[in-house]
Design a protein around this ligand. Sequence first.
Ligand SMILES: O=C(O)CCC(=O)C(=O)O
Ligand SMILES: [Fe+2]
Length: 277
Amino acid sequence: MTLLTDSDKRHFEELGLLLLKGFYDVPNQIEPILEGIRRIVEILCRKYHVEAPTHTAHHAMTEAFMALIQRDRAHGGEIYDAVKQIPEFMQLVSDVRNSSLFRELREGSIPGLAAGGYGIRIDCPGEATFKAPWHQEFPAQLRSLDGIVYWTPLVTIRPSLGPVEVCVGSHREGIVPVLSPAESAQKGAYALRLVGEAERLARYQHQSPLTEPGDLLMMDFLTLHQSGENVDVFPRWSIQFRYFNFANPLGVKIGWKGSFAGGQDFRAILAEAGVAI
Ligand SMILES: O=C(O)CCC(=O)C(=O)O
Ligand SMILES: [Fe+2]
């Protein structure tokens, strides 16, 4: 199976990102996930006696979701935890074509699917709490240095929804040092703040790709990116998962351990393996 052209591969290698329009089959791969979400939202509207339309996935993911979180923000957390257990979501995450893409972009690799590295983000309007600040995926996920983020939207991403913002070509910088936890106000993966952030970001052209369901955005584990700001009235629903390379020497050295997803801080794991970053 060959999915990419030489020009796609060169593009990814040089820029650290690649957008594949219409990569997934919308009726067969995306719509069943939307229907799964619709049913979960419908059940929760009934459970919490929230009057809201759930007869289509669109209604459930917009009006009904907003009505539920306006009643109680914790209902949004319940949905967030539930939707990543929709079987059709896991089928998309483990689609054989994802491994093929990885093998084409990482020659000689043995693809792995990062445990705990997959989910469905629901970025709510005007909410900064769960917004991912500028980061590289490697410290947040580990597994292997040459991993790739797969990002695919469940709704059409218009500018007001806050598309992911990427620093083009920033992966070439290698691992960027981050501030120590004591210097950062937040916890876990969200606490990782880049050293010299402003100067670093200014060196690159920024892109915020507009995508629609079926499109796949791939990012190198070292590409700098952040969540856009959702200034819309509806949530931004998107899928993300990560593949890594079992054959990567640094991955082998750290035993393919995960970072925060594995309940550990990357500093301890890299230090144990004698890797200085
Ligand atoms: O969707 C977002 O806002 C952030 C995505 C991200 O950081 C990722 O998928 O690795
Ligand atoms: Fe990320």
